[in-house]
Write a protein that binds this ligand. Structure first.
Ligand code: FES
Length: 148
């Protein structure tokens, strides 16, 4: 049995120790805002927070987050009103949208650590989050807006 807190709710799960956190989130808990992209830690679509830090849930076994706090896009705010989510709407960031919850989770962790990041700091932090639609410019603008 694995115990953890997800989106401020304590849960116990009877799953294999090596099941990826992403599969638990999507398949066991039906929190489908977190996406499967590459499954190999390369794209960032599956980004969630582990005790406030952005991690790749596809390459994180569930046993590694035992007794920890996980936040998914569904738990980032009560009503979709985290400053990152508001800025994403203002700048109409998404195109196809598939990568965007991972983008927002990475961006939210950046602002939690660094409330006013430079362009370079944004580039460094966000470089692991791939967007095939090329929304990078709007992502950067939205992060700056959220930072103000
Ligand atoms: Fe996890 Fe691509 S799905 S990094």
């Amino acid at each position: 049995m694995i115990n953890l807190t997800i989106n401020n709710k304590s849960i116990s799960l009877d799953v294999d120790d090596d099941m990826p956190l992403l599969y638990v989130i999507r398949d066991e808990l039906s929190l489908t805002g977190t996406k499967f992209g590459c499954g190999a830690g390369q794209c960032g679509a599956c980004t969630v927070h582990l005790d406030g830090q952005a991690i790749r849930s596809c390459v994180t076994p569930i046993s590694a987050v035992s007794n920890k706090h996980i936040t998914t896009i569904e738990g980032l705010s009560e009503r979709g009103d985290h400053k990152i989510q508001i800025a994403w709407q203002q700048h109409k960031v998404p195109q196809c949208g598939y990568c965007q919850s991972g983008q927002m989770m990475s961006a939210a962790s950046l602002l939690a650590q660094n409330p006013s990041p430079s362009d370079e700091e944004i580039n460094n932090h966000m470089q692991g989050n791939i967007c095939r639609c090329g929304t990078y410019k709007r992502i950067k603008q939205a992060i700056h807006t959220a930072a103000n």
